[in-house]
Design a protein around this ligand. Structure first.
Ligand SMILES: *Cc1c(COP(=O)(O)O)cnc(C)c1O
Length: 384
């Protein structure tokens, strides 16, 4: 049996008692946020330098198990710099998924490169390794150690899978294909802090990985991001490029590249240090919430709850349900949003935005199906 929209909303209201309006994803500031912010303000080091940026970079690298972490002003900036450091240049092409937030494709465009939009897996909602294999075999060849798209004669320089809603994609298989085809792997881990694939943290499989700390992510600095890598040289260049490429000197202003002001202010880092301390608490609460959803929807014939994929541990950042038809999906969106329970359809496919309409893509069969059937439901850590 499948409950109607009102029964589903009543169930969601039991998970968030005493809330007049249930948001999709709200931050929780339950720890040292105010204490660290006050320390930061009292120190006067609120901007480009300060101990919280250094501390956050150390703590974050340790948490995900990467050698280096470089904080940035947001996740899009982290992705942009990661792609530049992976060698993406004007005129290149970069494989990614059509089913993602626009930042993934924008970061590719900032490098002067063009996205190639491939399909996602129905099990992970992330880039499908079979789709990548098929695209590479049908369209590409390796010449002089580079992967060329035979249709455009451009270099396919990088591949950017995204761990959708925090569910790890088939990153092992994707990495293997990237290695065979000489394509650099950069992970968009914006949604997947606290998610693991075969015991290893997402974002640490590629040459570089990017995370976001926007207000709706699992932890937030108001706005913020981070680049992770195991390569010391890349980490140094990431720091350099995100801080206007200024040659360290006590008073001279000398810059050796046209670079970026992408550093994370110390004030935001102070907030982030406090948030990172609570990540384990958030992860546990989100897993418990996902379990409640899973149990509830297990009895529904016409609604499928997206569970963590095999071999993976998901952070369950945003819970997602898939309806059997677009009509049923639309009816739920309409009812829930009119009745105090926020829900959202999945993103418009990037390949269907006017700005990316001229990019190459495959059949996008699964992506299209999901774009018409999936809804995100409230996923904040429940109030205590
Ligand atoms: C949030 C997000 C980003 C980056 O977001 P910022 O707002 O720039 O921090 C990038 N990719 C995906 C998939 C995201 O969800």
């Amino acid at each position: 049996m499948t409950p109607n929209s009102s029964a589903v909303c009543d169930f969601i209201k039991t998970l968030y008692p005493n809330e007049a309006f249930i948001a999709l994803h709200e931050p929780r500031f339950w720890g040292n946020e105010k204490k660290y912010l006050n320390e930061c303000i009292d120190s006067t080091f609120v901007s480009s330098v300060g101990k919280f940026v250094d501390r956050f970079e150390r703590d974050f690298a340790a948490y995900v198990g990467s050698k280096y972490a470089v904080a940035t002003v947001n996740g899009t900036a982290a992705l942009h710099i990661s792609l530049l450091l992976a060698g993406v240049e004007r005129g290149d092409e970069v494989i990614t998924q059509a089913l993602s937030f626009v930042a993934t494709a924008n970061a590719i465009s900032y490098c002067g490169a063009k996205p190639i939009f491939l399909d996602v897996s129905l099990q992970t909602y992330g880039l499908d390794s079979h789709a990548i294999k098929e695209f590479l075999e049908q369209n590409c060849e390796v010449r002089d150690g580079l992967c060329y798209n035979k249709q455009t004669n451009k270099v396919v320089r990088a591949c950017v899978p995204m761990h959708t809603f925090g569910h790890p994609c088939e990153i092992d298989a994707i990495k293997e294909l990237c290695d065979i085809w000489h394509v650099n792997l950069v992970e968009d881990g914006a949604e997947s802090l606290g998610s693991y694939y075969k015991g290893r943290h997402t974002g640490t499989f590629g040459k570089l990985g990017a995370f976001s700390f926007n207000g709706n992510k699992i932890i937030t600095s108001g706005g913020g991001g981070v680049i992770v890598t195991d390569d010391e040289e890349l980490a140094k260049r990431a720091k350099h490029l995100t801080t206007t490429a200024k040659i360290p000197h006590s008073y001279e202003y000398v810059h050796d590249a046209v670079a970026y002001n992408y550093r994370l202010p110390n004030l935001n880092a102070a907030l982030l240090c406090a948030q990172l301390e609570q990540l384990e608490v958030f992860l546990e609460a989100k897993r418990a919430l996902a379990c409640e959803y899973e149990d509830y929807f297990a009895a529904c014939e016409d609604i499928r709850f997206l569970k963590e994929p095999p071999h993976a541990k998901s952070n369950y950042w945003l819970n997602a349900i898939a309806f059997k038809s677009k009509e049923a999906r639309d009816a739920f969106l309409e009812y829930s949003n009119a009745n105090g329970v926020m829900s959202r359809p999945i993103w418009r496919l990037l390949s269907e935005l006017d700005i990316y309409g001229d990019c190459q893509n495959d059949s996008l069969q699964n992506s299209r199906l999901l774009a018409d059937s999936v809804v995100n439901i409230p996923s904040s850590v429940p109030p205590r």
